[in-house]
Design a protein around this ligand. Structure first.
Ligand code: AMP
Ligand code: GLY
Length: 420
């Protein structure tokens, strides 16, 4: 099978790493990829948000299966273009990708599906949004409706913060994504992520994880794309997983099918858990990054079979072979991230690290000048390991981190603290 993966971050490096372990994979191309992916697969430069360009590329390279990593090509309809041309694709249609691309759409679907989530209201002008926020009081959550690279959510502990956020959003801080604003009830609890593969009808859980969104130790400082993750997340017990599947995911899939836009691909449910009950914070229509890295480390070669079964509509007779293992990934980021940072510093010591089915370094933002690996982004490396216990996985990860020589980088030393 000839496979094309779209994307070029740590998520796609881990997808490539897992796919290559499966003997079914004859050829793998990743577009655009990065310096780490280039060590294991062919990389191609390609505008991955251009459906016609991606389809032409897939035809030219005799691709059998396309795996879409990030949300942007899905929201741009790239999976529809590929499917129309007859390709097998892992990833939802543009219409179904609205579950991430529009927060108001997701809330409407949740209401129709009777899925527990925060109370909400939508606004297209600042004055009525402010009146509502003043009636409700703080804490309250203000969200730009559209895709805002993870930055369009303000959890306002004070009323003034919420009012300022409304002005920012309608003032154009997030461009078209802020033309509509969703205001939500503030939910308390512990957050965790639940990942299910979907084939339009059926849902198959492929793992739980907990991300660390804040930049600083002890979950302090500004929000980031994620500084580390581990799987499984003990807060997401079997009982909570069952309640999520029956009360949130399955009714969502039924509602999406009823609307004529069945959901196929991975559905990532961000949950708030309190008093043994899950509520939906948000859906994403892709794997999390860095959550994917720990899921791929645990799933290994079967990840390809599972994604293929999802794309082919065969999840009803597909199972996951679980091992009793735990995985962790730690993000090494460039000094200054999530603010401004510089690029081009050298990273050494990677060659000496173990690379096997228990240990991997996934590259997020790197480049190569031929001989050296250079930092080329905010989040740069994902040091990942698994073991029989979370503590074992953590010890392996941090032992590897200690061997990496990078003057311009930093990382959190407390990934997994809630579970440990
Ligand atoms: P989202 O992009 O919707 O996941 O929001 C980003 C983060 O904001 C989430 O991971 C939560 O930590 C927080 N958040 C979003 N919505 C709520 C809510 N209704 N109540 C409490 N926290 C929230
Ligand atoms: N790590 C959070 C996300 O991928 O949205």
């Amino acid at each position: 099978m000839n496979i094309l993966i779209l994307g070029g971050g740590g998520r796609e490096h881990s997808l490539a790493w897992a796919v290559l372990q499966n003997p079914k994979c004859d050829k793998l191309i990743v577009a655009p990829g990065n310096a780490g992916i280039a060590q294991i697969a062919d990389c191609a430069s390609l505008n991955i948000e251009d459906g016609a360009a991606v389809t032409a590329f897939a035809e030219e390279h005799s691709i059998d299966f396309v795996i879409v990593g990030p949300e942007a090509p899905l929201a741009a309809g790239v999976s529809d273009a590929l499917r129309d041309a007859g390709f097998l694709v892992f990833g939802p249609s543009q219409a179904a990708a609205a579950l991430e691309a529009s927060k108001a759409f997701t809330k409407e679907v949740c209401d129709a599906a009777n899925a527990p989530t925060a109370a909400w209201a939508r606004f297209t002008d600042a004055a009525s949004a402010k009146t509502y926020v003043e009636e409700q009081g703080a804490p309250i959550v203000v969200k730009a409706d559209g895709l805002a690279a993870g930055k369009g959510v303000v959890v306002a502990m004070e009323l003034q913060e919420a009012l300022d956020a409304i002005d920012d959003m309608f003032g154009g801080a997030f461009g078209a994504a802020g033309a509509e604003v969703v205001v939500e009830e503030f939910m308390e609890g512990e957050e965790a992520s639940f990942f299910v593969l979907c084939d339009g009808k059926n849902a198959l859980p492929v793992g739980t994880a907990q991300d660390h969104k804040r930049v600083g130790e002890g979950d302090t400082g500004p929000n980031t794309g994620g500084m580390g993750a581990y799987s499984p997340a003990p807060v997401l017990t079997d009982d909570i997983a069952k309640k999520t599947l029956k009360g949130i995911i399955e009714p969502t899939l039924a509602e999406m099918a009823r609307r004529g836009t069945p959901y196929q691909g991975v559905l990532y449910a961000g949950l708030m858990i309190k008093d043994d009950a899950p509520r939906l914070v948000e859906y994403n229509v892709r794997f999390g990054d860095p959550e994917c890295q720990v899921l791929m480390m645990r799933l290994g070669a079967q990840a390809l079979d599972l994604m293929q079964a999802s794309a082919e509509g065969r999840l009803d007779d597909t199972q996951v072979n679980w091992a009793e293992d735990h995985a962790m990934t730690v993000v090494m980021a460039a000094n200054g991230y999530p603010g401004s940072y510089s690029k081009g510093s050298e990273i050494s010591g990677l060659d000496a690290l173990p690379e096997d089915s228990f240990n991997a370094v996934f590259h997020a933002g790197t480049s190569s000048d031929g001989a050296r690996i250079l930092a080329n982004g905010g989040r740069v490396l994902n040091i990942t390991a698994r073991g029989p216990s979370l503590k074992d996985a953590r010890d392996r990860v941090y032992a590897a981190v200690d061997q990496i020589d990078w003057d311009d980088g930093f990382w959190r030393t407390d990934i997994g603290w809630r579970a440990l």
